[in-house]
Design a protein around this ligand. Structure first.
Ligand SMILES: NC(=O)c1ccc[n+]([C@@H]2O[C@H](COP(=O)([O-])OP(=O)(O)OC[C@H]3O[C@@H](n4cnc5c(N)ncnc54)[C@H](O)[C@@H]3O)[C@@H](O)[C@H]2O)c1
Ligand SMILES: [Zn+2]
Ligand SMILES: [Zn+2]
Length: 345
């Protein structure tokens, strides 16, 4: 990774330049850097951001200069087959800026998830800006732009967790802990956190986990069953995204229960299982893209809950860093030392 000058064009029709105030370091940025998403280098990383609208292009009506916004990677099109069927959370043709940001020699940059916010300013589509309460701390608010929304939505939207449900969450990083916070928010009865790192399990309790399991010491499936009257959990969320964690999620749920995969597997990963188990155990096996969120619906509400002290979003911010410390933040993420390092600008 390199810290360099970039060129940001004046916003064109429908485009907006946002002065970035804060941007979280997400696992997906690391996956981009390692070529795990695509090979369209050079990338402009960073995508969990909040900031102030600095300038707007022709025809922009959705935001005004000076608005405090969270950036999102689901600016729904309203026209694709999913949007037309009333499922905009699945939109297959989301908007990004049309113009390219470049290096000073003209080389086009690929912004991570169409955002690219490890920068003083970034160019996005107006629909990628969601206006929220300007009293919110940008470092906290920005996290809703990706991982926290993905995890919380995996529980509340995709998994449809509700009052009295039993829930297990495998992998308690920022995404898993957000799933735990979401399950707690909607009144789940039992929330079991599974990780391989005791520090993560201690943090998971702060977000609302009622029980914790270190999968290095205990059989996660059996222990989840034991903690749910021998049946398994109603909803199990895999926030790691590996064949072994997905299998645990599959077998740790009650008959007819739900598995939600929100962790992102790599292309080499394979799964081999008896097909009859899929039939005989019933239920639903889901994947959660961005927590099935609609930024315009979900961000203002979640910011409001946070401001009222009903959703501890501030606990996701482990440290505030400068742009030149991102590489270091990747190491800390790998070593399990942080939930989120947030770059403040
Ligand atoms: N679906 C989406 O829209 C979406 C959005 C953002 C991030 N993600 C993905 O979610 C995943 C988690 O992201 P994060 O930021 O929380 O990452 P993270 O690295 O902070 O957290 C991962 C956690 O999983 C734990 N873990 C690792 N192996 C484990 C195992 N075998 N059993 C139990 N726990 C294990 C780690 O100790 C760590 O606490 C990543 O794959 C990320 O790419 C998905
Ligand atoms: Zn669409
Ligand atoms: Zn992310």
């Amino acid at each position: 990774m390199e810290l360099v000058d970039i060129v940001i064009p004046d916003p064109g029709p429908g485009e907006v330049v946002v002065a970035v105030q804060a941007c979280g370091v997400c696992h997906t940025d690391l996956t981009y850097r390692e070529g795990g998403i695509n090979d369209e280098y050079p990338f402009l990383l960073g995508h969990e951001a909040a900031g102030i609208v600095e300038s707007i292009g022709e025809g922009v009506t959705h935001v005004e200069v000076g608005d405090f916004v969270i950036l999102n990677w689901r600016a729904v099109c309203g026209e694709c087959r999913a949007c037309k069927r009333g499922r905009p959370q699945l939109c297959f043709d989301t908007f990004n800026a049309t113009q390219k940001m470049t290096l000073t020699d003209g080389t086009e940059l690929t912004p991570a998830l169409g955002i690219g916010a490890f920068a003083d300013k970034t160019l996005v589509h107006q629909g990628q800006c969601t206006k929220v309460d300007p009293e919110a701390d940008p470092a906290v608010a920005g996290l809703l732009g990706c991982g926290v929304m993905a995890g919380l939505g995996a529980a509340v939207n995709t998994g449809a967790v509700g009052r009295d449900d039993t829930v297990a969450v495998i992998g308690c990083g920022g995404v898993g802990d957000a799933a735990i916070a979401g399950a707690a928010l909607v009144g789940a009865r039992t929330i079991i956190a599974v990780d391989v790192d005791n520090r993560k399990l201690d943090q998971a309790r702060e977000f609302g986990a009622t029980h914790t399991i270190n999968a290095r010491d205990l059989d996660a499936v059996k222990t989840i069953q034991d903690l749910t009257d021998g049946f398994g959990a109603d909803v199990v969320i895999d926030a790691v995204g590996r064949p072994e964690t997905w299998k645990q999620a599959f077998y740790a749920r009650d008959l007819a229960g739900t598995v939600v995969l929100v962790g992102v597997p790599t292309p080499d990963m394979k799964l081999e299982m008896p097909l009859v188990d899929f039939f005989s155990r019933g239920g639903s096996l889901k994947s959660s893209w961005y927590g099935d969120c609609l930024p315009e619906r979900d961000f203002p509400t979640l910011i409001s809950l946070y401001r009222q002290g009903r959703l501890p979003l501030e606990k996701f911010v482990s440290e505030r860093i400068s742009l030149d410390a991102i590489e270091d933040a990747f190491h800390k993420m790998h070593a399990g030392e942080v939930l989120r390092s947030v770059v403040v600008l």
